[in-house]
Design a protein around this ligand. Structure first.
Ligand code: 2OP
Length: 309
């Protein structure tokens, strides 16, 4: 009987497998990769396990098509669903992915009623609503990954523009995981120095715009959605929960009045620990940022309104 925490990753596509690979290398969890496609999770799990002797971690990943094997999970990561193809917005996926997220949520919570659920499937904000409504779990235990990825894109562009280490770029992207997301320029610093002191307003605007369409830029290049950074972002959230790290990270959380938004999943900074979301933090926004966040909330509401769950 393993003493390790148990993480189930639903969907053994590129994002789910990347999340499993990054988590396996952290070496503290038992990881179950599940997919409807026979052979896919088993094959990827075997391949990741065979990295273990080379990279020096324990081989604790299993692949399955049977939800019984996921029972007793501490965290469930939902990556299942169709990815975007060129010309598609994330919102174009809503009806197909709603059915998939509904079904996998029902099947995973049956054996893992106390799990924390982390959603990655798109359209992300709406799929968080589906997972919460279907599971009936408290909002602290159902949330989504988007802000870490969006912020990582923004931080990368800033590191390139300033020639500084990406480690010293501190930033925050709020809002829905769509083209109306809100990179908070007022809260962006490089080694504590405000971004506006380092680069021109024109450069900042171009980085903000590139961040907002950052997922689409990769879809155009690859013909499908990104997976390395999304998988790693999700693993960072799993770490913070299972290691009770209390990291303050931008995550998609159910808001009930915070930021003036009620009854909607949106990206905001939260403290993540063993209980899931332990606190939602509110930062001061300037007027344009507040207006942009309201616009982003409207865009998320439009997608949520077509859900039947
Ligand atoms: C992205 O932004 C997959 O939505 C994800 O790349």
């Amino acid at each position: 009987m393993s003493e390790r925490s148990k993480v189930t990753i639903v969907g053994a596509g590129a994002t789910g497998a990347t999340c499993a690979e990054v988590l396996a290398q952290r070496d503290y969890a038992e990881i179950v990769l599940i997919d409807i496609k026979e052979g896919l999770p088993q094959g990827k799990a075997l391949d990741i396990n065979q990295m273990a002797p080379i990279l020096g971690f324990e081989a604790t990943v299993s692949g399955t098509n049977d939800y019984a094997d996921t029972a007793g999970s501490d965290v469930v990561v939902i990556t299942a669903g169709l990815p975007r193809q060129p010309g598609m917005s994330r919102d174009d996926l809503v009806q197909t992915n709603e059915k998939i997220v509904k079904s996998v949520t029902e099947q995973t919570i049956a054996g893992s009623p106390d799990a924390v659920i982390i959603v990655l499937s798109n359209p992300l904000d709406a799929m968080c609503h589906v997972a919460k409504n279907v599971s009936g779990f408290p909002k602290e235990r159902v949330f989504g990954q988007a802000g870490i990825l969006d912020t990582a894109r923004y931080r990368t562009f800033i590191a390139w523009a300033t020639g500084a280490s990406v480690k010293d770029v501190h930033a925050l992207v709020l809002g829905g995981h769509g083209d109306q997301m809100v990179p908070l320029v007022s809260a962006t610093t490089v080694g504590g120095v405000p971004l506006r002191k380092l680069v021109s307003e024109e450069q900042i605007q171009s980085m903000v715009e590139r961040t907002a369409v950052g997922g689409g830029e990769i879809v155009k290049l690859l013909g499908t959605s990104a997976w390395y950074a999304p998988g790693a972002a999700c693993a960072q959230m799993v770490d913070s929960v299972l290691l009770d790290e209390k990291r303050v990270l931008p995550c998609t959380a159910y808001l009930e009045g915070e930021y003036g938004i009620d009854g909607l999943y949106m990206g905001v900074p939260v403290k993540l620990g063993a209980k899931g979301i332990e606190q939602i933090l509110e930062v001061d926004l300037d007027d344009p940022e507040r207006a942009a966040l309201a616009k982003s909330a409207d865009a998320v509401r439009d997608v949520v309104s077509v859900l039947s769950t």
